[in-house]
Design a protein. Sequence first.
Lengths: 417, 261
Amino acid sequence: MDSALIPKGVKRCPIGQFAVFIAVVGAVLLWGVVAMLLCYIKGLNQTNMNNAYGFALWIWADLAVIALGGGAFFTGLLRYIIGKDELKNIINYAVLIGFVCYSSALLILAIDVGQPLRAWFIFWHANVHSMLTEVAFCLTCYFGVLAIEYVPLVLENRQIDKVPFFHNLGHNMHGIMAVFAATGAFLSFFHQGSLGGVTGVLFGRPFGYRTGLLIWPWTFFLYTWSAAAVGPCFTIFITRITEMVTRKKLVKDNVIDLLAKIAGWMLLTYIVAKIIDTWYWAAVTAPSMGLTLMDFYSNNPGSAYGIWILIAEVVICGVLPALMLVSAGVRRSPALLFLAVTLAVIGACLNRWVMVLQTQAVPVLNFEGWFTYFPSWQEVATTILPVAYGIIMIALSYRYLPIFPQEQELNPIEGGK
Amino acid sequence: MDQPTNKRFGMVIDLDKCTGCGACMVACMAENNVPFREDDTDKLLSIAWMRVYRLKNGKSFPQAEECFLPRPCQHCEGHHGHSPCVSVCPATATDYDMQTGIVSQVPTRCFGCRYCMAACPYHVRQFNWWDPIWPDGMERSLNPDVSVRMRGIVEKCSFCYHRYQRALDEAYAEGRRDLKEHEYQTACTQACPAGAITFGDLNNPAHTVHKLAQPDTAHEGKSRNPKAFRLLERLGTNTKVYYLSSREWVRRAGDSALRKS
């Protein structure tokens, strides 16, 4: 029924099967939309946030998806600026994943603010000293860049490409993509960094606070570095999942291997910097504020924030995947490679989790205790909403656009054109 | 007429005098149209610009002691007005006034991102999770000098700034450019039956707060009074609310370094 829209030389599942898949994911999306409307209509009392937990699941989700979406800017940088030509075979997917991640972050932010109709105040009455202002400006601009990077891909749809104007537009946009890749890398450096600065500048919150360079806390640089390291891991992670779902090989091993190798070295250097940062914070910064390392990791309900969380983040989901990814042997094994990128992705999510949630949970006043929080179903549903949206975006793009340039070669259709 | 020099309005709360009666909280709520709900038992969801904490020394009878600690906004000055919350607000909805030392909050500017709440270690910033609903007839008793806030925004203690504006208006009408100490007092100060709260200009040596707090301007306002302390002084928040106590364990309770002691 929709065969005229499907790229030439590739095989897709029957439209009925595809429709059922979209309907199932669409139901989850609808659940999220209901929760979103409840938040808009009834207000943020629909959440389990409170006056001690002003930042919670949504801010974590924002920080996490933006870190994971970092694959778009970093792969673009490697492909267009540094000249790693093999990566042209995965750049489309990296851009699509980045587009999904960033649009999701904007959607969650739009739900998260108490007065969404005033959200434009962040631009109109901007406080240039606020990290959140920097995030808002760079994130919005970069989302525009991602949209520009995604458009040529849409224009490659078989039917759209038949229109001469769109064909030429797409062709010319490809020609100047290096400019957008450079712009994207520049903007990403600042918004990834300023997301790190969000908690890094909070000198009233010793768990999150970091000293730094000039106006930027060390977390500014750590977040950018970790996004560059983990973003490509997430691209590989999603590519592998897509291959499992479609039961096809979509990207050649040498491409994945190159991206994984670069991500591995980025992750290794990041985790060394992270360990130094953690040591300096524990040995110098926190004691200067009257606290010791274990004050942040003990006596909390259920040991939800025990020292295990630091070990899990830095060692199990940091050092371990970094060492795995720099090893050629591990990269050659699909299972081990998948394990390594999964751990790296979990590590970044865990880092964002503690920086947002634990910063709020740790008591600062001597006569207060730990604060606990568990998200409401409305928060969970609105956080799953972008996941469902992302799956639908990827499914539609995969079905109708030539996302994977090597798919045809890797999956020749018998007797096909 | 000479322009008055910059002021640093601040507060001294004598914890030896505070009985924990809560009159300061009630006065504050009435003065500032602070919203409340029928069931306001969850204190993490309710709003109180002034909140009284109950501190215990952790010992058993007969050494057991208690202390009540009223906590308004600390109006942090940080380094040169770089208070924790003001610098982070993306929409400039809060401001540090260098002429008064008061940290303001602009309800109509705030769009509810709650970054300031995450920044404040004292939890003085609270969110309007619901729209205010006043009991029948209570709208008529609301203070016309203080705007009522809507759902989805942050609010906090303003040191009754509207009273400062009103006092200034009256002084200007009389041809004066400066206020006498008693002309600008916060609602909580006036309501305290024990006289535990003192309010005034920390920069003015004639004011009682200055005499009690004895701020050392060379060391970011650190008190020279051995009985005085500020909450979380080590964090560099440089607050303008000083507490007095003759009991050492109470003074230590304000210091983040002494968590285990």
